[in-house]
Design a protein around this ligand. Sequence first.
Ligand code: AMP
Ligand code: MG
Length: 407
Amino acid sequence: MISMSEAVDAILSSAGVLETAEVELDSAYNSVLAEDVESDIDIPPFTKSAMDGYALKALLTMDVPVILRAGPIVAAGETYECRPAGSGEQADDDAECIKIMTGAPVPEGLESVVKVEDTEPLPDGRVKFFDKTTAGQNICYRGEDVRKGDVVLEKGTRIRGPEIAALASVGKFRPRVYKKPAVGIISTGRELVEPSVQPGEGKIRNSNGPMLTSLAASLGCESEYFGIADDDEDVLRRFIQKGFQKDVLLLSGGVSMGDYDLVPDVLKNEGAEILFHKVSIKPGKPLLFAKKDKCCIFGVPGNPVSNFTTFYAFVKPAIYKMMGREDHELDFIDGFLTQDFENSSGRLYLAPSKCSIIDARYHVTPHLLSGSADITGCTKSNCLLMIEKGPFKIKKGEKAKILLLGD
Ligand code: AMP
Ligand code: MG
């Protein structure tokens, strides 16, 4: 039986980064950029006011308080017509300052903007200024954020809110990104009924199908749920053949030692190469990984807790790598136990746990589960606690590695 790190290595070395595609900006969230992106303009494209106020020549406030004549208002999106004193040859002598709104272009030659809150309008239309101003005050200069031709986002950047805004600002409305894997999900098991159905005798609800579908969605992947496959070779074969069309196929259940755990044999007969079957972890020992052409196939053990933990420890890094994420490797960090915990199994323990930050440290409380089927006992998990293979005891207050689930 291979170790967890050997299994993760095997998965990551056979899961390749997917090809690239140009996508609409509003569907680019959570994708990884596959190109450097340059700006096609200076940003801001013109020198503009950072405040609602009055633009003027700084010199005019040498002796304050001072009362100045104001020209007409320049609103954002408009261009100015009035050129007040000091703003150049065609100065409009009637105006010594200009009322200006945030985002409006500042007439050339005017050096500062005084916030409207720091002024007092007089009944005759003039404005009183109380403080000296300095050149550049409340002005955003053309190109001060970005120059035309600057690389604003590098290949490999993960796209989130500010990146979407940056792409929009530089006119990159169809960025080239790595494709996200298309995920197929099959629940196997004759005992399963869908969640809307009241389970009859000997039946249980399919909780893994909806969980895997939503976990794939949480990573930004589109998935297709193929339904429940009976524990029957012909039925499984038909489901699996459809699943091979996907980049990632998640087969829940049917990979253990039971007489009706048919997934490994059907996969082999259908030409998939089994890279490993069984990993020295608890829960999730029967985990299987196989490859058929470009399709990465995970046989995830049917017990819901194993389904949950193996998704995070094995499936997620593969999906991240395929979608071009440079941070796809598992990142275990230190946590401190809030209670004693014992791993009596001879396998590495991945315990669904809840952690919280107190005094800049992660404090970790493993869930006390009645067994690997107890998924309702995991409902507040936000990390997996990793305890080395037992027999091994860890005491309250001691350090252990945790994997944050991150959503
Ligand atoms: P298996 O891996 O198929 O041997 O299943 C192990 C255990 O998990 C059995 O008790 C199954 O009934 C249960 N199980 C399998 N698939 C699911 C599922 N989709 N949802 C909930 N429980 C499941
Ligand atoms: Mg089964």
